[in-house]
Each structure stands twice: as C-alpha cells, then as structure tokens.
Design a protein around this ligand. Structure first.
Ligand SMILES: C[S@@+](CC[C@H](N)C(=O)[O-])C[C@H]1O[C@@H](n2cnc3c(N)ncnc32)[C@H](O)[C@@H]1O
Length: 267
C-alpha cells in the first residue's frame, strides 16, 4: 500500500487540540498511581511539526486551531500544561513548532514508563525516529499499526493506553480499526483505547461509531463540532471525534470541562 497522507498539512488544527488533550488527560490520570505505565501510539506521525514549513503554510490549518487559542486565557490546569509543553518546544513566544501526539506522550513519560510508537510512511518515520531520539524509554518502529499493537500487548506494566490516529486513506479503516481494537482488547482488556476520527460530510464516521458501540455499548464518544457543514460550498472536516474504550474514571468529566471552555473559541 502506498501512503500519501502527511500530517504536517494539518498540524495544529482543532483535531490535534482535542487529541492532545485526550492524551494529556488519560496520561495524567494514569500517572496518579506510582506504578509504571505503557503507552502505545499506533499512527505516530512526525513527533514535531514546523508550522513555518511550506506544507503547513499551504493549508494553514493551524489558523483554525492552535492559533485561535494560543493567546487566549483558558483557565484549566490541563490546558496550562499543554500550553507549557508547546512553549517548551518553541524558541519564541509564538507556536511555530507544534508537538504531535507522540511528542506530547514522550514528554510526559516518567523514568519507569515506556512507550512504543509506529509509523508506516518512510519519510514520516524518519522524522519520528529523529524527534524521539532524546527519549530513552520510547521505542519507534516503522511497522503497521496491526503488527505493532499485537506484538507489544499485553505489556509487562499491565496499566496503560493506546492512541490510534489513522489518516483514513483507506475507507475500510472506519470499520477495520475498531475491529482490530476488539481483538487487542482480548489480549489487554484493562487498557484505555482512543480512536480518533474526522467528521466529514460523507458521514463515514457513523460506521465507525456503530462498530464501536457494537463492541462495547459503554464506549465514550466525544465530538467537537467547530464548523457549519450545511453552509453552501463547505468542504473538509467540520468536527473531530474520539471513541474511547475504558475511559479512566473522571477523565470524561475533565474532557467535558475542557470542551466547554475551548470549543467556543474554535468556532
Ligand atoms: C493522522 S497522522 C498521525 C498524526 C500523529 N498522531 C500526530 O498527532 O502527530 C496518521 C499517520 O499514520 C501513518 N499510517 C497510515 N497507515 C498506517 C498503518 N497502517 N500503520 C501505522 N501507521 C500508519 C501515516 O503515515 C501518518 O503519518
């Protein structure tokens, strides 16, 4: 399969904001216990994204995401934490370098925590491996989600989470990804599994949600709708979704609070 998707065209958009807050909320909850955890990022992308690059400048999706929030006062401890992590990878007081899901998780790991992350695209993998080099407890592999997730589970740490952030270049992924999760859950039942999905006019995310609900009626569905797709000529993504299996206690409430503060600023 040849992959063409490159996340640098989309870095810092509203989906990245929702996704990274989920990473932070779940990891922070799991780290309340003084026991090591295992984190798996199945579609890790580059790790770091240069928002001044020609690719990011071409679409400027960060202008409907992080750029709308960066100078706002958002009074929530997890937002402050995300902002300080963004600041820590930026030389100036603007958000020109943007950390992806793998970078956020890597920066949060404690010395005994571990992470594995994968990307199948050779160019994206090269960037990923370079950006993860400073983190001794992160393993990067240029393999597929399926190969990675089945080889790393169940981890010795027993506690942890998996973030799955596909590009949905293959439409069958709206059904096949939840089915992979169903199989992995048999090997590692108590992990938290987060599946990100886009809300597009084509409506394929409904297939994903139905498949998830068929696996577990208690799956948590978190959707942030930031654009009006009924407007004439509207194209692209109008919302961002996360289906979460085994969401840790109190994290759904934390995310609901964050959504209430942040989503109005993205509209
Ligand atoms: C939406 S991007 C990930 C962005 C990343 N999570 C972040 O926050 O920076 C999806 C990535 O998955 C990779 N990919 C696509 N199919 C894959 C597969 N079957 N296994 C692993 N990686 C895959 C693509 O190369 C792409 O970099």
């Amino acid at each position: 399969m040849s992959l063409s998707y490159q996340h640098i065209y989309h870095a810092g958009n509203p989906a990245d904001i929702q996704k990274q807050l989920w990473v932070l909320a779940v990891m922070s909850y799991l780290q309340k216990k003084d026991k090591p955890l295992f984190w798996c990022d199945t579609h890790a992308g580059r790790g770091l994204y240069d928002l001044n690059s020609s690719e990011a400048q071409k679409t400027q999706e960060f202008n409907i995401g992080i750029a709308k929030l960066y100078h706002e006062t958002i009074d929530h401890p997890l937002w402050h934490r995300l902002k300080s992590m963004i600041d820590s990878v930026n030389p100036s007081d603007e958000s020109e370098i943007y950390p992806g899901s793998a970078m956020i998780a890597a920066m949060l790991l404690r010395p005994d925590d571990r992470m594995e992350c994968y990307d199948l695209h050779p160019q994206e993998y090269k960037h990923l491996a370079a950006s993860m080099r400073p983190f001794p407890n992160v393993t990067t592999r240029d393999i597929s989600m399926e190969e990675g997730i089945f080889s790393c589970t169940p981890p010795k740490e027993k506690r942890g989470a998996v973030i799955i952030d596909p590009s949905y270049e293959l439409k069958k992924e709206y059904q096949s990804i939840p089915k992979v999760v169903k199989r992995v859950m048999r090997k590692w039942p108590n992990a938290t599994y987060m599946i990100w999905y886009p809300l597009l006019k084509a409506g394929r995310h409904e297939e994903l949600k139905q498949t998830c609900l068929g696996i577990d009626p208690d799956v948590l569905i978190d959707e942030w709708i930031f654009a009006d797709h009924t407007k004439d000529g509207f194209r692209g993504m109008y919302g961002t979704g996360m289906a979460v299996f085994n969401a840790p206690y109190s994290v759904p409430e934390t995310m609901a609070d964050l959504k209430e503060s942040i989503l109005p600023l993205l509209k």
